[in-house]
Write a protein that binds this ligand. Sequence first.
Ligand SMILES: Cc1cc2nc3c(=O)[nH]c(=O)nc-3n(C[C@H](O)[C@H](O)[C@H](O)COP(=O)(O)O)c2cc1C
Length: 165
Amino acid sequence: MARILVAYASKKGSTTEIAQVIGKELLVNHIVDVEELGAVTSLDGYNAIVIGGPMYMGKMVGDVGKFVRRHYNEMKKLPVAGFIVSLAPVSKDPAQMASAQKALHAALDPLHPVVETIFGGKVDPAKLSRFQNWITKKVKTPVGDFRDWTAIAMWARELPLYLGV
Ligand SMILES: Cc1cc2nc3c(=O)[nH]c(=O)nc-3n(C[C@H](O)[C@H](O)[C@H](O)COP(=O)(O)O)c2cc1C
């Protein structure tokens, strides 16, 4: 049975829950580990990697790029799927979708994922710092939970096909 690592970054927990749902779906036919990026020391024994994280202030969180640079030699030999969590799907604005896609590509560079997607995220003012609440109000960030669990589960179920595992 193939082993898949779902590695993620998250600041406020919404990406953690997305990664866990992806892992649960993959578990049906695979051995799966769901790990925060910082907890991953080696990619030995994995047949494929799913990597994801949220977008903050126009960029994917820095941990993703750092992880790719640290593990590039191992990752370049494996099929990689990437996802970014952002508010672009909420706005349905093509420019925002393009900017989320660009942020994902920049973080994964020079890796090319075999499949990638953008998921809607969650903004909970109770979890934000004063500064974050100020900035999100100022730029009129939508508040709420915009994660589409059906779309997340469907993407996860199709992953093995793309990853060839
Ligand atoms: C301070 C702040 C800045 C954000 N900046 C962006 C952004 O530039 N683009 C975007 O699409 N979403 C942005 N978001 C939305 C996050 O991507 C979303 O809340 C995501 O679900 C957070 O993931 P996490 O809970 O795993 O940290 C921002 C959210 C906060 C709180």
